[in-house]
Design a protein around this ligand. Structure first.
Ligand code: PLP
Length: 445
């Protein structure tokens, strides 16, 4: 058996951590992102043929968990978190083309995979703690719902979701506010960046942390990134056993968490071929991969709002994986798709093929259509990151009819929802958290 992996910060100024410590912390103390000291390698024979997603995940993640306090719990964590399918569905009207559907979880977006795995891991890392841990989430929509659903009614955890009022879809807002119990939504009178700043200020506030222990659950947590590798491994192995060739993938991309998972799976030796990033009008990654210097910038708002990112947080991990820029540039291609093209792609597929895609998935479908038009006949999987019913206000006018709502989402929309309004000020959140902590102390005494 190989030695246990150690976890380091991408910025190199944090003490070495175990996997449990890295998962519990989220962000490394020096502000960097946790990475393993090297990527392990596996071969196709290390996996059971026809294994379930949870079984594939447990085999894939064994080297990451080896030697950690959670190692013996890994199969149980995978079984508890990965309870819904991530099918690779062939598109009948498009030869050599499949859709990797990642939206069959409770909140109908791929972020359910990471959020549920993080919740199952944190529950075991923390054991029975007397003081509740408050998880703060700034969200532009999908993350908050996935985290809320994953931690709903989990003992010892409180979740506080901050979202920009009026800047998420009506259904997303409803989802964020429908949990109740230990999950509370705050509609912030500002932008997503304000929400993120307020969360960071609270997390960095030692005096506040002493009264109310806080953590985060954003996409930089290893506990969210690692499980996202499992659906790529599962799809690549399924494809390999059937067709004896690697599967190429096109990934709708914002913060690079989903695509990085694919890059790591390929670097570990599993049969993924090309990986292409589909971005919206935020061109930080397409510009970099086209040869420009890396230049993070302010995000612009688009129809694919979960990808409205100007400074992709996982870029640091990608750089760590491939320190030489020219080697890094050989790994990926990235292309930008504007709103007009997103709309046209959604409308065309509905009209000509009876297929309905969410705006994020449509960026990847467009890149595929371009490849096909240029004569590419390789096997591609387009990654479908959310169900179109989540973005009905964009999709329905384009296709001229209602989108059928998946049952889990319908159940959430049936519940009542409420969110407290909050000014976009760090001090206001601080006061609110202190008051909440005081109420807890009172209730406990
Ligand atoms: C979060 C999200 C993305 C972007 O994923 P990253 O990991 O941030 O690149 C794409 N599509 C949907 C629907 C999302 O919720």
């Amino acid at each position: 058996m190989s030695a246990a992996l150690r976890y380091l910060s991408t910025r190199g100024a944090s003490p070495v951590a175990t996997l449990s410590e890295a998962i519990a912390a989220g962000l490394a103390p020096d502000g960097g992102l946790y990475v393993p000291d090297h990527l392990p390698t596996l071969s196709i024979e290390d996996f059971k043929i026809g294994g379930s997603l949870a079984e594939t995940a447990a085999s894939l993640l064994t080297p990451f968990f080896a030697g950690d306090a959670l190692a013996s719990e890994l199969p149980a964590i995978c079984a508890a978190a990965l309870t819904f399918p991530t099918p690779l569905r062939p598109l009948p009207q498009h030869p050599h083309t499949s859709v990797l559907e990642l939206f069959h979880g409770p909140t109908a977006a791929f972020k359910d995979v990471g959020a549920r795995f993080l919740a199952a891991s944190l529950r075991r890392v923390r054991g029975d703690h007397a003081t509740p841990l408050t998880i703060l989430v700034a969200t532009s929509g999908d993350t908050g719902a996935a985290v809320g659903a994953a931690f709903h009614r989990q003992p010892g955890i409180e979740v506080v979701i901050l979202y920009p009022d009026g800047r998420v879809s009506p259904r997303q807002a409803h989802q964020l506010g429908c949990f109740g119990d230990n999950v509370q939504a705050l509609r912030v009178q500002g932008r997503f960046d304000d929400c993120q700043r307020m969360v960071k200020a609270a997390l960095n506030d030692a005096a506040l942390q002493a009264k109310s222990p806080l953590s985060s659950a954003n996409s930089i947590s290893l506990g969210r990134l690692l499980p996202q590798m499992s659906y790529y491994a599962h799809a690549a192995l399924t494809w390999w056993h059937k067709h004896h060739e690697p599967l190429n993938v096109i990934v709708p991309t914002g913060n690079l968490g989903n695509a990085l998972a694919a890059v790591w799976v390929r670097a570990m030796g599993l049969p993924l071929g090309q990986i292409r990033l589909a971005c919206n009008a935020n061109t930080t990654l397409p510009d970099f991969f086209a040869g420009q210097d890396y230049a993070p910038r302010e995000a612009v708002a688009t129809l694919a709002n979960a990808m409205d990112v100007g400074a992709p947080s996982n870029f640091e991990r990608l750089r760590w994986t491939f320190p030489q820029v020219d080697v890094l540039r050989e790994q990926l291609q990235a292309h930008s798709v504007d709103d007009q093209t997103i709309s046209a792609t959604i409308a065309m597929h509905a009209r000509e093929h009876g297929e309905v895609f969410c705006p994020h998935t449509a960026t990847a479908m467009h890149l595929l259509n371009q490849l096909r038009a240029a004569g590419d006949d390789a096997s591609w999987a387009v990654v479908a990151t959310a169900h179109p019913a989540k973005f009905e206000s964009v999709v329905e006018p384009l296709i001229g009819k209602p989108v059928e709502v998946p049952s889990a989402l319908a159940a959430m929309l049936q519940r009542s929802a409420s969110a407290e309004s909050m000014a976009a000020e760090d001090g206001v959140l601080r006061g609110w958290l202190l008051e909440k902590a005081a109420q807890h102390v009172e209730a406990a005494s």
